[in-house]
Structures are given as structure tokens and as C-alpha cells.
Write a protein that binds this ligand. Structure first.
Ligand code: NDP
Length: 472
């Protein structure tokens, strides 16, 4: 099935929107300024070391992030000694990793979704993506929930009946697996970069900024594919990284049980809160086609390496920490964390749901018991065609422009707070998520501003705050 090309429909008064006022241009006129270039080079150079540092700090320094630095500064240890103590690449880890990625690729490509046929309310199977700047609509095979269920059913069956491998297998091979994940992350990013020059899936949807570092990092191709269905973004974003997330946490839980003959309430909290987030992601995978990752970001090192290495290694730091520090929270603390996490999740999910409902029904729906209010917008895609869109100004989208990020941040803080206050390491996640989502918010608003022009200004006048009403 091929991507389809859409044209503007005549509006209600019989005129096409091209005949009305001049809309803003939606295109790829991104200029790579010095700040972006330095950030890109900085990330390319340092991001792998950040991941290494945290994982090494847990392995060698009981999760202290300051101790390795102090020892290095005081001359008590050398970088080479740290390196010598670090587990190296092993062929058994390579075998585990290859089987893992191949199995996920098999499930993604060869097992079409059937869950949507019997789970009420779940949207799976073949779905349309969003309109690309070149005017295309790609088709996607949405089967992430099914892949997650099959994978976890097998994990459960192995742990309880088959015993093919230990449930602690991920923890036990954590650093050797990191080398394998890095190899895949760099290989995928490099392949996507070369592919964009030699055989792009859709050359009209490529973005060449003229800066090699930027193009390698942020990607050239919009929706690189192999064949009809292997979509790089959908596969690498969702699986193997996000499916692995809950398995990694389960492996940490199994390790706690093995080491201390008990699982702490903090470990259960982290497992439960993060599993809700992961399951939400797969339950809403069709909605995910309309998020920035799929709708606007190009596929390069940022997504490819990020999904293979950054996500599985840094999003799971809380569970890793709890293996080394089995914190047992008081009931009040555990309850407070659980409630805070659930309220954050509610805001995150409801905000996303409101936008999805509003966009799907083109505003013919009820938000908080009323018909939503909105601002009508026009924009022009790269092929010169003019499109209409709507920006909602009621519900959560009338409270702040990105309350979904605020809810996400509350959930992230809950994961960290579940680890108590003994060390800084588990709090890296909330620091990182704050930087990520604030930067994403600014990046998205910059893009929306060039897409919608003065209509975007009307929206920001109507909803003046980004994340926290009255503050930011
Ligand atoms: P959004 O879902 O907020 O999408 C932003 C887009 O929505 C804009 O570009 C615009 O797109 C449209 N939009 C903006 N304002 C309005 C409005 N008032 N009414 C209707 N449409 C509007 O952003 P993301 O894709 O970044 O995030 C999706 C979710 O994923 C968030 O909840 C976020 O927290 C989460 N996330 C989590 C990450 C993680 O690592 N854990 C990473 C990234 C995201 P258009 O051009 O169509 O108008």
C-alpha cells in the first residue's frame, strides 16, 4: 500500500482556501545557527559518555554520581582504571541482543494486528499517518500492543514454566548489552544518513540543511522505510526500546528478589508507574502517529541512537538504582508518590486525548461538557497546496499550551521520588525530562509559528502560558 497524496478540498463557500488570504509557509527552511550546531556536536560527542557514566557509576560506585568525579579530581583513580574495571563487549550479549531485535522485527513485520478485533476501544491494524510537508499520507501497521503482549507473555512463561533463561538476564548483561545497543544505534543512524542520499523513500520529504553534522544528528529523511512496511521511526521509537523498558524493570525486580529475597515497595511503584506509561503508549500507538516524533522529526542519530541507547539505559535508572539501594518507603510516602504519579498521568493522558478527539472530529465534540472553542488557521505545504487547521483554546489546551508535558513531568518526578532521597542519580530523569520537554516546547512553538504565522500569534494571545499557568 502506498502513501497517498492529498489535495485541499473546496471550503463551504465554494472557494478553495488558496483563494482566500495568504497563509504561512510550512516547509523546511531551517537554518542551522551556531547554537544548534554547537549543541549537535556537543550531543554527538558527549551523549554516549553520559549514558556510560551513569551506568558505570551504578556498577562501580553504588550509584554515586559524585564519587567517580571526586576520585578522578583527587587523583585517586584514573579514567583508564575505570575503563579497565568496566565489563566489555561479549558475544553472549551480542547473541541476546541480536535475538531480541530480530524477534521484535519479526513481530513488527510478520504478525499483523488482531488485537483490535477483540479488544473494545483499541485502534490497531493499518492506520493513516499525518500529512507530511510534501503532501503525503503514509500507512502504518499498528501492532505495538500485540507485540508488547506477546513479548511479556513469553517473559512470564519463561520465568514461571520454561526457564530457558534467568529473569535477571538483562541486569546480568547490562554493560555488555550497552555496547551492542550502541553498535545498533550508530549503525542505524549511519545507514539512514547514507540511504537518504542514495535511495530515499520519498525524496520530496528529505531535508538537507547543508550541514553534515546537523543532518546526521537530526536526520534527512522524514519517513525512511524498507519495503512497504518497515518504517524506521515507528519501529525504533516503539520497539525495541519501549517494549524493553518494562522487561528491563522486571529484570531489576527479579535481581532485587535474588539479592535480598524480597522486592521493595519502591521497586513495585517504579514498575507499576512506568508500566502504565508504556502500556498507554502502545494502547495509543495510532495516536502516536500524530505526535511530533512521527509528524515532524526526521530520522537521524537523535531518534535512531536515542531509541536504542538513551531511552533503555537512562529511562530505567530508577529500577537500576533500586537494585543497588533497595529502598523501602513508608506507607505515606509510597501513597503520596503513587497519587502524584497518577494525577500526572491523568493530566498527560487527558490533554493528549482532548487534542486527538478535537482533531479527529474537527471540533465537533464535547470537551469538559461543552463544544470546544478554537482558532481557524491556514498553512501552505512545500508543494504549494494550502491547508486548513484548527488550534483548540478550551479544555486543557485553554489552560496552557502544553499541559500534556506538565503531566508527563509530574509522572517523571514521581518515578524519581519513589527512590527516596539518598542519592542524586535517580533524579537525573526529571532533570533530563524538564530539559527535553522545555526544549521540545520551544522547538514546537517555533515550528508552529512559522507554519501558522499570525494565526499562531492569535493562539498565544488567547493561551499565554506554555507549561504552568501564571508561571511559564
Ligand atoms: P503534542 O502532542 O503536544 O503535539 C504538538 C502539536 O500539536 C503541535 O505541533 C501542533 O501540531 C498541535 N497543536 C498545538 N497546539 C494545539 C492546539 N491548541 N490544538 C490542536 N492542536 C495543537 O506534542 P508531542 O508530540 O511532543 O507530545 C506528545 C506526547 O508525548 C506528550 O504528552 C509528551 O509529553 C510525550 N512525549 C514523551 C517523551 C518521552 O521521552 N517520555 C518524548 C516526547 C514526547 P500541528 O502542526 O498539527 O498543528
Amino acid at each position: 500500500m502506498e502513501a497517498t497524496r492529498r489535495r485541499t478540498q473546496p471550503s463551504a463557500n465554494g472557494k478553495t482556501s488558496e483563494q482566500s488570504e495568504e497563509p504561512a509557509q510550512w516547509g523546511r527552511a531551517w537554518e542551522v545557527d551556531w547554537f544548534s550546531l554547537i549543541s549537535v556536536i556537543g550531543l554527538l560527542c558527549f551523549a554516549p559518555f553520559i549514558v556510560f557514566y551513569f551506568v558505570m557509576a551504578c556498577d562501580q560506585y553504588q550509584c554515586s554520581v559524585s564519587q567517580p568525579l571526586f576520585e578522578l579530581l583527587r587523583g585517586e583513580t584514573l579514567l583508564l582504571s575505570i575503563w579497565a574495571r568496566t565489563a566489555s563487549f561479549t558475544w553472549s550479549a551480542a547473541k541476546i541482543y541480536t535475538i531480541w531485535v530480530a524477534f521484535q522485527a519479526f513481530l513488527y513485520m510478520c504478525v499483523p494486528d488482531i488485537t483490535h478485533k477483540f479488544i473494545p476501544g483499541y485502534v490497531g491494524g493499518v492506520q493513516d499517518g499525518a500529512l507530511t510537508p510534501a503532501g503525503l499520507v503514509n500507512k502504518y501497521q499498528i501492532n505495538g500492543l500485540q507485540c508488547w503482549l506477546i513479548t511479556h507473555a513469553l517473559w512470564y512463561a519463561n520465568a514461571n514454566f520454561f526457564h530457558w533463561f534467568s529473569p535477571t538476564i538483562i541486569f546480568d548483561n547490562w554493560i555488555p548489552l550497552m555496547w551492542c545497543a550502541n553498535i545498533l544505534g550508530y549503525a542505524v543512524a549511519t545507514f539512514a544518513f547514507i540511504k537518504a542520499y542514495l535511495f530515499p523513500t520519498n525524496s520530496e520529504d528529505c531535508k538537507f540543511t547543508g550541514n553534515l553534522f546537523y543532518d546526521y544528528m537530526m536526520g534527512i529523511e522524514f519517513n525512511p522505510r524498507i519495503g512497504e512496511w518497515f518504517d524506521f521511526k515507528l519501529f525504533f521509537n516503539g520497539r525495541p526500546g519501549i517494549i524493553a523498558w518494562t522487561l528491563i524493570n522486571l529484570s531489576y525486580m527479579a535481581k532485587q528478589q535474588e539479592l535480598y529475597s524480597q522486592v521493595t515497595n519502591s521497586m513495585i511503584l517504579v514498575n507499576v508507574l512506568q508500566a502504565i506509561y508504556v502500556l498507554d503508549f502502545f494502547w495509543n500507538e495510532a495516536w502516536y502517529l500524530k505526535t511530533i516524533d512521527i509528524c515532524h522529526d526526521h530520522f537521524g542519530w537523535y531518534l535512531g541512537w536515542g531509541d536504542c541507547v538513551w531511552l533503555p539505559y537512562l529511562y530505567t535508572l530508577q529500577g537500576l538504582y533500586l537494585v543497588y539501594h533497595p529502598v523501602q518507603l513508608s506507607d505515606a510516602h509510597a501513597l503520596a508518590v503513587l497519587l502524584f504519579g497518577l494525577v500526572g498521568y491523568y493530566i498527560f493522558r487527558s490533554t493528549n486525548h482532548q487534542k486527538d478527539l478535537f482533531r479527529r472530529t474537527e471540533g465537533s465534540c464535547s470537551i469538559w461538557g461543552r463544544k470546544p472553542t478554537f482558532i481557524e488557521c491556514l498553512y501552505r505545504s512545500a508543494d504549494g497546496v494550502v491547508h486548513r487547521s484548527k488550534l483548540m483554546t478550551s479544555g486543557f489546551w485553554g489552560v496552557a499550551r502544553h499541559l500534556n508535558y506538565t503531566g508527563d513531568l509530574m509522572g517523571s518526578l514521581a518515578y524519581c521520588a519513589a527512590c527516596g532521597f539518598g542519592h542524586m542519580l535517580p533524579y537525573f530523569y526529571i532533570v533530563y525530562m524538564t530539559i527535553l520537554l522545555v526544549h521540545r516546547c520551544v522547538r514546537d512553538e517555533h515550528r508552529c509559528s512559522s507554519k501558522y504565522g499570525k494565526d499562531w500569534k492569535c493562539y498565544t494571545d488567547a493561551v499565554p502560558y506554555r507549561l504552568i499557568p501564571g508561571v511559564f
